[in-house]
Ligand binder design. Sequence first.
Ligand SMILES: Cc1cc2nc3c(=O)[nH]c(=O)nc-3n(C[C@H](O)[C@H](O)[C@H](O)COP(=O)(O)OP(=O)(O)OC[C@H]3O[C@@H](n4cnc5c(N)ncnc54)[C@H](O)[C@@H]3O)c2cc1C
Length: 388
Amino acid sequence: MTQLTLDQHVLVEKARRFTWEHLVSLENTVTQQGGIEPEQARTLMRLGQESKLFATNIDSKYGGVGLSTFENVLIQEQLGVTKDVLIRRATGNIYECLMLGTAAQQERYLFPALKGKRWCSLAVSELEAGSDAASIKTCATKSDQGWVLNGRKAYISDAEYSDYFIVAAKTAPELGAKGISLFLVDKNVPGFSLGKSFNMMGFIGTSHNELIFNQIHVEEDSLLGEMNQGFKILCQTLGRARLAKVAARGLGKCVRLLDLMTEHAKQRHQFGKPIVETGNIRYILADCAIEIRVARALLWETARRMDKGESCREEISMLKVFVTELLGRVADHAVQIFGASGCHDGHLIESFYRDARLFRIIDGTSEIHRNIIANSLIKQGAPIIVDV
Ligand SMILES: Cc1cc2nc3c(=O)[nH]c(=O)nc-3n(C[C@H](O)[C@H](O)[C@H](O)COP(=O)(O)OP(=O)(O)OC[C@H]3O[C@@H](n4cnc5c(N)ncnc54)[C@H](O)[C@@H]3O)c2cc1C
């Protein structure tokens, strides 16, 4: 890591030690018991706060750690080597759009989140509106005291654990994507309930639920950001999160899997010799190593450019596609190299394999991100591939 300053080396080392000491040690609990106990979650949160690895993406002026985008991806790669629920609990999973809130909203939602007292989920998707998020049906209508929300959300991560939600709702249905606003909705508000729980194939330990809003009355000040700007706010603030939580953490998982399969291939003997001596396995390991280095180069370049104020929309999409598809290939190779020993339930390899598949769907599918890249290429031509 010759391109890092001494402080950045120290940061990486801190995140690496923290992950291996406090998170990796809980992996078996997650894979074999389906999650961690509330007390363990509280401990992880406290440890994350003490190590300044909690709320790293939130500006220090609000009470977050305030790492740069580049520093954040450095630590997220280290954290990413383990199970996602452990990372969530230790780092806070706090959405950057909360910094756009009014003083009262920050007091009620952002600051308690920074203290680990209130947890938040982002609720955009619905059963009939996934990739086409602009077609959501949940709506918010103006009332004398504020707003009335009606509708249903689906697949919302951590809904059972969260205390409040950032909810995307139509405030001007005729305007499509330009008629969506964001609302801060407390879980205990009358008319709100958790609906169906989706038992996902991966991300064990994190719930995924339907949210039901039945004539929910929320205050005027529940509107986050400007009216009808919800889609824009999400596009502007989710890029950094995508880079950190999906690309950097996904890369961390690739590194971990490559380490695990290399070690296994060295130890496992068949036909009187270690399987790592077979040509095919050597080439698989080498190809994974090459692709990991390529992905990291684009990740670091993109993060540094974002710190200089560039939006890097296309690069974020490129990374979303490249890293998540790389993770799929690496996880598939890992299953093959481990053979039956990695295929049974409760084994880390099969658990990572199932997680890996979800990475291509969450936070915008590969196809949607390819559309973003292609649209830009068609409009701008070469700049998106040669502008370094
Ligand atoms: C584990 C998990 C956690 C999630 N957590 C959350 C959460 O916390 N909050 C939240 O709001 N949502 C969440 N989601 C939902 C997620 O955002 C959606 O799954 C995602 O946006 C894709 O939508 P969809 O699943 O409805 O697929 P669809 O939109 O139905 O797409 C199905 C297929 O069609 C393809 N497709 C669709 N349109 C096009 C097009 N124009 N061009 C090419 N291909 C296309 C897609 O790429 C995909 O392959 C979560 C999903 C999962 C799996």
